[in-house]
Design a protein around this ligand. Structure first.
Ligand SMILES: Cc1cc2nc3c(=O)[nH]c(=O)nc-3n(C[C@H](O)[C@H](O)[C@H](O)COP(=O)(O)O)c2cc1C
Length: 362
């Protein structure tokens, strides 16, 4: 299913090389002002960019609002936005119809949809389908900001290059508000330059790399989420795993908690300005599946882009014989910089759904 949500249901439609892609957002309250220029800033962060770190596929990614907004304000009816595909080169993908790309969705889609899926450019599985998600996220983050909730993320690591981590107890909101408008969000300038250099090397060597995106959300009230299957970690993960190429999601200290004692990992409570807070934030702001009012901190792992231009071993699904594959088309040697805004958007949509469910946005 390409739909998700309870109070706010979003449905993402389209294929990478079809006429258009888009999103329908059902359940938005009426009367919410929408700053369209701020939406375009977010769309530009995901768009292919200048080729220094992304694909050479050039798309304007301009969302056309079909319904649900009048005079710059949401009407309360389904908001539908469409983005035309103006730069599709379907011929680049002809040889992939019968010879699936290793580690892409070509083979599994072939099996599941009996060969009927339009898989040019990755079809409905393409990273391009994150453009409608970013649109939805851009709408939601404006509503969240009015509630004092700020979301920002950065490339925490790219292959073996590390950026400075966020302060988990008190992430710098000025930094978050700077990062969440940047196309390539990295805190440390030296790390950023090293990342550019690594991506350039990968491009030359016809290879790819992955990395980790770290996100912080500040201003969340305590008490959002629920136990067991209603846990916020599970809900956020379902949105985040909807982003193609995501391999893992962790919260707070994440898997590193397995190498700590309870005495190190436990977040001691204290009172600050009449409010219960924790001294550390190893749990990333969620305990028992419920927010504790501390910043939400999470990390999302992305695999190296599967479409690399080196010769690879595959099979011909017609002849059932091995076949050497050379992938044409325009592919990111590293999708992580463009994935930062996708992570922020998935979290923004998920949190908006939760706040609407709790009557905290009306
Ligand atoms: C912003 C973005 C751009 C992407 N661009 C590409 C690309 O150019 N080439 C590619 O092979 N995969 C790309 N992907 C990842 C694939 O869509 C994804 O690996 C594929 O659909 C298989 O899904 P899975 O990796 O989740 O198993 C991109 C993902 C994102 C989030």
């Amino acid at each position: 299913m390409s739909s998700i949500g309870n109070q706010l249901k979003i449905t993402i439609f389209g294929e990478s090389h079809g006429p258009a892609i888009g999103v329908t957002m059902d359940g938005l309250p009426g009367g919410q002002p929408l700053d369209f220029d701020a939406v375009l800033v977010q769309m530009a962060r995901r768009a292919p960019g200048d080729g220094r770190y992304g694909t050479y596929r050039k798309e304007a990614d301009y969302p056309e609002i079909i319904s649900g907004v009048k005079d710059g304000v949401t009407t309360g009816f389904p908001l539908c936005a469409m983005i035309q595909n103006t730069n599709a080169h379907s011929n680049d993908y002809k040889n992939l119809r019968r010879v699936p790309r290793p580690s892409h969705a070509d083979y599994t889609a072939f099996v599941k949809y009996h060969g009927a899926a339009d898989m040019a450019g990755g079809g409905h599985f393409s990273g391009r389908l994150t453009a409608p998600l970013v649109f939805a996220g851009a709408v939601c983050r404006q509503m969240l900001e009015r509630q004092g909730i700020i979301i920002g993320a950065h490339v925490r690591s790219l292959y073996n290059i590390e950026d400075d981590p966020f302060d988990p107890v008190q992430p710098d909101t000025t930094l978050l508000n700077t990062l969440n408008k940047q196309p390539f969000a990295v805190c440390n300038d030296t790390a950023k330059q090293n990342m550019y250099d690594l991506i350039a090397t990968c491009r030359k060597e016809l290879d790819s790399v992955g990395g980790i995106v770290e996100l912080a959300a500040v201003g969340l009230p305590a008490g959002l989420g629920g136990p067991l299957f209603a846990g916020l970690e599970g809900k956020l993960s379902q949105y985040l795993f909807g982003i193609p190429a995501v391999r893992g999601v962790s919260f707070g200290t994440g898997f590193a908690a397995t190498r700590m004692h309870g005495s190190e990992h436990n977040d001691s409570f204290t009172v600050q300005d009449g409010r219960v807070v924790t001294v550390t934030n190893h749990c990333g702001g969620i305990q028992g599946g419920i927010t504790n009012g501390m910043p939400l901190i999470l990390q999302v792992a992305f695999k190296p882009t599967s479409s690399i231009s080196r010769e690879q071993q595959s099979v011909n699904l017609d002849t059932m014989q091995p076949e050497t594959l050379v992938i044409k088309g325009r592919h990111d040697p590293c999708i992580v910089p463009r994935a930062v805004v996708c992570v922020e958007s998935a979290v923004a949509v998920c949190l908006t759904d939760l706040l609407l469910q709790n009557g905290l946005i009306q």
